[in-house]
Ligand binder design. Structure first.
Ligand SMILES: *[C@@H]1O[C@H](CO)[C@@H](O)[C@H](O)[C@H]1NC(C)=O
Ligand SMILES: *[C@@H]1O[C@H](CO)[C@@H](O)[C@H](O)[C@H]1NC(C)=O
Ligand SMILES: *[C@@H]1O[C@H](CO)[C@@H](O)[C@H](O)[C@H]1NC(C)=O
Ligand SMILES: *[C@@H]1O[C@H](CO)[C@@H](O)[C@H](O)[C@H]1NC(C)=O
Ligand SMILES: *[C@@H]1O[C@H](CO)[C@@H](O)[C@H](O)[C@H]1NC(C)=O
Ligand SMILES: *[C@@H]1O[C@H](CO)[C@@H](O)[C@H](O)[C@H]1NC(C)=O
Ligand SMILES: *[C@@H]1O[C@H](CO)[C@@H](O)[C@H](O)[C@H]1NC(C)=O
Ligand SMILES: *[C@@H]1O[C@H](CO)[C@@H](O)[C@H](O)[C@H]1NC(C)=O
Ligand SMILES: *[C@@H]1O[C@H](CO)[C@@H](O)[C@H](O)[C@H]1NC(C)=O
Ligand SMILES: *[C@@H]1O[C@H](CO)[C@@H](O)[C@H](O)[C@H]1NC(C)=O
Ligand SMILES: *[C@@H]1O[C@H](CO)[C@@H](O)[C@H](O)[C@H]1NC(C)=O
Length: 736
């Protein structure tokens, strides 16, 4: 699906496989009907209630038709109540008024957004990492995505016993689709069957929980053992995306089923281009229900960075993941005729044996119908094949990828719009940064007969610290200003993992592979899902918020590509995931459903909207409300008014001791970005006699002259000498 979109317009600018873009309503061709989600909140507890017949009778009443075949698209009846149906606008207006109906919203299309990475983040293979295999194999990861490749070695069930007793799902993957004791469940909400014909869902599932598969590579590149975070865990695949995208109504069905099927955790690398109000966001609604059932949902932040305010998963009841590099990078060198070497990015497994070929810059190959400026960017239908054939085409933009092969070019060198990420291309290619591209142009201008060789990609393992990638969506949160999002970053650049042999590798690429290299927050999300599952295997009773807190407060500090807001906590939240440290957080910030409702009340949501999100009737009394920034979240953030030169904000928090009895934690504040914040913590020392004991404290932050360009930050660290429980504190002003 992504591939189609890439083919039509955006190539590199869309990161090839990625995340979300259009938000178009799904409409019925023939009549003026479109698919609406009729959401009815929680399931009534009455024993005699039969959701399906209720849905049918509502539809019959509204449409006046006795046969509602073709109208009812699906019923939600397992974890919450509602249905999706084809309705006209006037039918929609009437259905909103009906008893029991909480909201009606159009189904829209969302979009989809490895494996040295696990070693890099500290989850090593073998005896250096402690694991409880028995518990791990009782853990089930629900993957809501583009389906899965059941034959992949990553999902072989060699050595697996029967599915866990608690499993209540099914294998209904369609024709030629067989589950096994590793891939224990499959459901399809498209009409294609659960088989992944794209590659995305296979990649994300194998990153979270795929088996360890030795001697894997992409045509020799990145060779090694590919594996998921919890290789002994089981996988259930829920296919919601097809060529056209991922519809809201399908997403809600997948949540409805996954929760009832008994998954322990949901990973979802899908989202909208920017944050939507919670009541219109199927992922926010689905993950809220999952949270109430003790299931953590891990969601990708989106690929719309480095622009600010682009993070699309913003509810505090989900764990939102940004994407960063690992210590391995793919680099593709270009050797010029004069011996100079330029280093570009791509995943190029084609071996041209170092042969040099003549270079031709787009504008030197222009057809008479094209001006030089258009030709130098290599617009389609702009270049004369007779100048390009047998040469290396040089283009001022990635557009050349569309035409280089058909014009008979032997290779392509282009000015990359994303020079920090390597992509797969159908011919030898290297994407240069603006500066390197400038050097190439100077050489072409100065040389008599400019020539170059494009070398095979080298995997270089010398990048020291992870850096959040430019494409990763940034905060601030546009819906709940005082909740810092994204929450965490994880490897999402040049990740080798399982792929669908039916999927296209890249635009016009006829190669088929079982393992491929992809980049995106889609790839980082299942890393954190794997870590969350790993933590859960040690603490099966921990609530979603405890797991989330453990992951966030033990994250490493990181940097991000970009300037201004793009280089701050709005890129990486609490920092980089550390699976081993997350097993031993010391203290956790706990939250339950009532806390989230008090938070939503504090955002002044009306009871209608609250009902949509929580699925039940809620009255927001004054004592029930909390200031959003007092939600007991593991990070602290506040938007303050710009005209206030000086400001004071406070955060109330409560921590639970999950470490050792008789421990004493002292607070410490470390400065971060922007103008100086003065932070006081009361009390500044917390003593716990027992495990599970809770202690509250208040953080008061004062400062002045906040920049509108950069948030100001600090870190609060509670330390008992063994554990360092770190929370970023971020204060910002956007002039609102
Ligand atoms: C694994 O966890 C189970 C259940 O908590 C426990 O009974 C068992 O002893 C653990 N095994 C190991 C090796 O820690
Ligand atoms: C199912 O598998 C059979 C045998 O491999 C093949 O002939 C058939 O085309 C497949 N059907 C689908 C829908 O893939
Ligand atoms: C990958 O292949 C290269 C060349 O064959 C070899 O030197 C290297 O050790 C391999 N790496 C791994 C991790 O297997
Ligand atoms: C392409 O260039 C060749 C060689 O200069 C020329 O003969 C031909 O007419 C050009 N083709 C077009 C379509 O301009
Ligand atoms: C290269 O691309 C950048 C944008 O990514 C643009 O600013 C620059 O002008 C381009 N350089 C050339 C020579 O086309
Ligand atoms: C490490 O990477 C840098 C570029 O990031 C490169 O200049 C340097 O040569 C590399 N070092 C090694 C030992 O590969
Ligand atoms: C972030 O970048 C700065 C400046 O390059 C560097 O001093 C610092 O060590 C980096 N921090 C981390 C955590 O990598
Ligand atoms: C909610 O409404 C109260 C009272 O009108 C107001 O003080 C507060 O700022 C509002 N909160 C938000 C988050 O808009
Ligand atoms: C603005 O400053 C006043 C006085 O210091 C303070 O009471 C108020 O809370 C501030 N408002 C915000 C939004 O920070
Ligand atoms: C914050 O905590 C303080 C002290 O525990 C308490 O007095 C105050 O009411 C709390 N504020 C809110 C908004 O919960
Ligand atoms: C904690 O300290 C109390 C009082 O000093 C003592 O009675 C208790 O045994 C200690 N608990 C543990 C687990 O050491």
């Amino acid at each position: 699906m992504m591939k189609l979109r890439a083919a039509s317009s955006c190539i590199l600018s869309c990161l090839l496989v990625l995340f979300l873009s259009s938000v178009s309503a799904v409409s019925d061709d023939s009549q003026d009907r479109q698919v609406y989600v009729v959401y009815m909140g929680s399931l009534p507890s009455r024993a005699d209630y039969t959701p399906m017949s209720d849905h049918m009778s509502i539809l019959q009443e509204i449409t006046g038709e006795s046969s509602i075949e073709g109208r009812l698209v699906r019923s939600y009846k397992r974890s919450f109540n509602g249905f999706a149906a084809r309705l006209t606008e006037s039918e929609r207006d009437r259905i909103v008024e009906m008893e029991g109906v909480v909201s009606v919203f159009p189904s829209k299309k969302l979009q989809l957004h490895t494996t040295a990475s696990w070693d890099f983040i500290g989850l090593k293979e073998g005896d250096r990492t402690k694991r409880n295999h028995t518990v791990e194999s009782d853990t089930i990861i629900g993957v809501i995505d583009s389906g899965i490749t059941p034959e992949s070695q990553s999902f072989s069930d060699k050595g697996f016993g029967p599915p866990p007793m608690k499993w209540k799902g099914v294998c209904s993957g369609g024709e030629n689709f067989t589950c096994n004791n590793k891939l224990i469940g499959a459901r399809d909400y498209t009409s294609e069957g659960t088989r992944d014909t794209e590659g995305h869902g296979t990649h994300t599932a194998s990153t979270a929980a795929g088996n360890a598969v030795a001697d894997t590579s992409f045509f020799g590149l990145g060779n090694g053992t590919v594996r998921g975070g919890v290789p002994a865990s089981r996988i259930a695949a829920y296919k919601v995306c097809d060529q056209a995208g991922c519809s809201s109504e399908a997403l809600l069905s997948a949540f409805d089923d996954a929760i009832a099927d008994g998954v322990d955790l949901i990973t979802i690398s899908i989202g909208d281009k920017s944050a939507q109000n919670f009541e219109n966001d199927p992922i926010a609604i689905g993950s809220f229900h999952a949270m109430t059932k003790g299931i953590l949902t891990v969601v990708s932040a989106g690929n719309s960075g480095p622009k600010d305010s682009t993070v699309s998963a913003v509810g505090p009841w989900m764990l939102t993941v940004a994407a960063s590099t690992t210590n391995r990078g793919f680099f593709t060198k270009v050797v010029l005729g004069n011996g100079k070497i330029l280093v570009g990015k791509s995943v190029n497994a084609f071996d041209m044996k170092g042969m040099k070929y003549p270079l031709v810059y787009g504008k030197a190959a222009a057809l008479s119908t094209c001006d030089a400026e258009t030709a130098e960017l290599c617009y389609p239908d702009c270049l004369n094949r007779s100048f390009v054939k047998g040469k290396i085409l040089v283009c001022g933009s990635p557009r050349g990828l569309k035409i280089a092969e058909s014009l008979g070019a032997v290779a392509l060198i282009f000015n990359s719009s994303k020079p920090d990420v390597a992509f797969i291309h159908p011919l030898p290619a290297s994407g240069l940064s603006k500066t390197e591209f400038g050097s190439l142009l100077s050489y072409i201008e100065s040389a008599d007969s400019p020539r170059a060789a494009v070398l095979k990609t080298e995997a270089i393992y010398n990048q020291t610290s992870p850096v959040v990638s430019s494409f990763s969506s940034r905060g601030p949160n546009t819906i709940a200003f005082d909740i810092l999002k994204p929450d965490i970053t994880a490897p999402g650049v040049e990740i080798l993992a399982a792929y669908s042999p039916y999927g296209e590798l890249s635009e016009y690429d006829t190669r088929h592979v079982k393992y491929s290299v992809l980049s995106g927050t889609s790839m980082s999300c299942p890393h954190v899902a794997g870590v969350a599952a790993y933590v859960k295997t040690f603490y099966p009773k921990w609530s979603p918020s405890m797991i989330q807190s453990a992951i966030m407060t033990t994250a490493w500090p990181v940097n991000a590509t970009g300037t201004g807001i793009a280089s701050t906590e709005f890129a990486y939240g609490s920092g980089h995931v550390d699976p081993i440290a997350a097993l031993n957080p010391g203290l956790v910030y706990e939250l339950d459903k009532a806390d989230h409702i008090a938070f939503l009340c504090g955002l002044n949501y009306t009871s209608d909207v609250l009902k949509i999100i929580s699925g039940e009737t809620v009255t927001c009394s004054e004592e029930k409300k909390i200031l959003p920034r007092n939600l007991n979240y593991p990070s602290m953030s506040a938007g303050v008014l710009r005209y206030n030169n000086s400001f004071t904000v406070t955060f109330n928090r409560t921590v639970t001791n999950v470490g050792t009895p008789n421990s004493t934690y002292k607070s410490k504040v470390v400065p971060g970005h922007g103008s100086k914040l003065s932070v006081t913590v009361t009390p500044s020392v917390l003593s716990f006699e027992t495990v599970n004991e809770k202690k509250s404290f208040k953080v008061t932050v004062t400062g002045r002259d906040l920049s509108s360009e950069l948030p100001s930050s600090a870190n609060l660290i509670w330390s008992d000498g063994t554990h360092n429980v770190r929370s970023p504190i971020v204060v910002y002003t956007d002039g609102y």
